[in-house]
Design a protein around this ligand. Sequence first.
Ligand code: BDR
Ligand code: CA
Length: 311
Amino acid sequence: MGRRPFIIDCDTGTDDAIAIAAALYCDEVEVKAVTSVNGNVAHQYTSRNNLNLLEYLGFDDIPVAKGAVHPIMENSYHADGTHGNTGLGCITLPEASHKKFDGRIASQLIYETALEEKGELELLVIGPMTNIAIMLLEHPDAAQLIKHIWFMGGAAVGGNVTTTAEFNIWIDPMAAHIVTQSGIPQTMVGLDVTTAAAMKEPHSTELRACGTKAAVLCADLLDYMFERRDKGGEDALMHDAMAFAAAVYPDCLECHDYYVDVECFGEYTKGHTMVDRRGKKGKAPNVSVALKVDEDKFCRWLVDTIKKSAG
Ligand code: BDR
Ligand code: CA
């Protein structure tokens, strides 16, 4: 069987960069493109981070495209307190010298790739869902062309930006509403699981010893996260890589099918993912929601996958 074709749509981002590395070295998938969106930091940085990262790791043939510079209906807010001013913490990648951005805007590149892949394309969506929503609005047939969306976002319970909203969804709730209601098969990997597993210092040590560019970069990113944690910030949570794990290593997660929609306007609840666990809405399930993670299995898988960069 051939590799599963994937596009990664992201707001790179420290944990996005680790998720991208995992996808690039995972035997089971072929990364067809990496597309950027406004999110953790401004789009000028998320897009540049993707270009620099792919050239740095030697993936010259994988297209990198720019996407939405702001959400559909909201103002832009960023998470530079978590990811540093330019998105990669204290790490500065060499500026890409020969790799250029694809000429297409992200939504168009994703749509054209979906056509080429004839219903087999899967999306790893690990930032606000703006690009995917724009594609669905511009191309009504796109929903039938995407095999599955694996997204990091939301929570059945709680939030990290507000008491009820997770960052990716809160940044662009309308986009998330459009995507969850699109009919595309999808899996939500939210804070319920991503806050239940954190990488530890021995993982960084093991990656550094592996010695490849990718493994050392991931070790540097982890070390930045440990410092951030020690100063009272977020732990070394692998939100985005866990959404990829759902796609290729489902054994580390427990998922259940529910009806999910997104609150777009509530004064207190904007960006909340309404996960109808009691079936109160009487609507058919539209999202598989991850509710439990095996931390040891997940962390082991992530380190082993990145170590495949050693060939
Ligand atoms: C999500 O927001 C970003 O900070 C992370 O990259 C992740 O996608 C977690 O809420
Ligand atoms: Ca992200």
